[in-house]
Design a protein around this ligand. Sequence first.
Ligand code: NAD
Ligand code: IPM
Ligand code: MN
Length: 366
Amino acid sequence: MSITYQIAVLPGDGIGPDVIHQACLTLEAVGNASGFSFEWVEGAVGGASIDQYGTPLTDEVLYKCQGARAVLLGAVGGDAWDHLTGDQRPESGLLKLRKSLRAFVNLRPVLVPDSLAEASPLRADAVRGTDLLVVRELTGGIYFGQPSGREGSGSDERAYNTMVYTADEVDRVSRVAFQWARKRRGRVTSVDKANVLVVSQLWRDVVSRVHESDYPDLTLNHMYVDNAAMQLVLNPRQFDVIVTGNLFGDILSDAAATLGGSLGLLPSASVGGEVGLFEPVHGSAPDIAGKDIANPIAAILSASMMLDEFGEDQSAQAIRTGVEKALEEGARTADLWREGLRRVSTSEMGDLIRHHATAALSAYKK
Ligand code: NAD
Ligand code: IPM
Ligand code: MN
């Protein structure tokens, strides 16, 4: 009997639906070629959910996600909902989903294949061969810390958030980082602001403790976040696994996206709970929404991370091969296009990736 994976699909806003459509078609294509299939359960999130139900994530959609094998999400947010505050905002729907799924780790791999090094806004020789993994804590830190609020008025008006971590939260995310490093090149860089923030001093102590007690064979170094932002663009190849808190991880991963030349390339997996959430790193890109020019690679690679988690190794690898080949033959969406390369739409890029991914799968079978 062949397996059917039940996937909750939450396309969201802006370019979300376009890129998620390509990701689903790609999953279908490799599934057909490998003998497994999908049942899609669609749901609204973010602005799309606000417009339909008056809230960025309904309980009904949350239950669908909790009952699925995995969740595939596009992006949330946009100008139409920017006047909203607090838990009325599209973004709070995504935060609630991550928290409810207990997805405390967000894995954000950053790879710069040769085909992209030339087009990087940074020097090709500085970025070529970059292969790093940002392990971002996802359900704690300043995103969720209490108290937070805004009160008073006039010149007395004040607003505050709390950056808080418990030792347990740091312990569990650092273990995930060390485990990934063990499968990779054995090196973890923990990023914090321990020269100023007491919450970072705890972070640093706990990561060091976990390292000494359970992963002494691996290399650990600590880096302040301001320096890490600079080192990422100066010498990205020094990094293997970067482990950091929610806010720093959000910022550093967008910075790392410049290495390959576009945020439209970066996938992610939000895991740690029973149901994984697979989501591109980028947002709803209101500036290019509705034009069929968004880069679907981040969403398609997020789908391949989902297949990794299912143990469908060959299909996951075939998708990565499909992406590599499409880029190698010069296909580029608008974000990466330059003279001499072939400019393709969102759907054309998806078609090319599927073509090469299914070809790779039939080659494995021979
Ligand atoms: P963004 O990631 O949407 O866009 C930043 C820049 O990158 C834009 O110029 C955009 O055109 C470009 N870009 C992003 N994805 C691309 C793709 N796939 N192909 C080509 N170009 C791409 O960030 P922003 O503009 O700061 O935020 C827009 C909205 O998205 C906001 O409402 C924000 O809150 C939301 N957001 C959501 C998520 C998410 O859902 N995970 C992530 C980030 C931002
Ligand atoms: C991301 C986004 C989200 C975050 C927002 C939209 C809540 O920027 O996934 O990187 O800050 O985590
Ligand atoms: Mn972000």
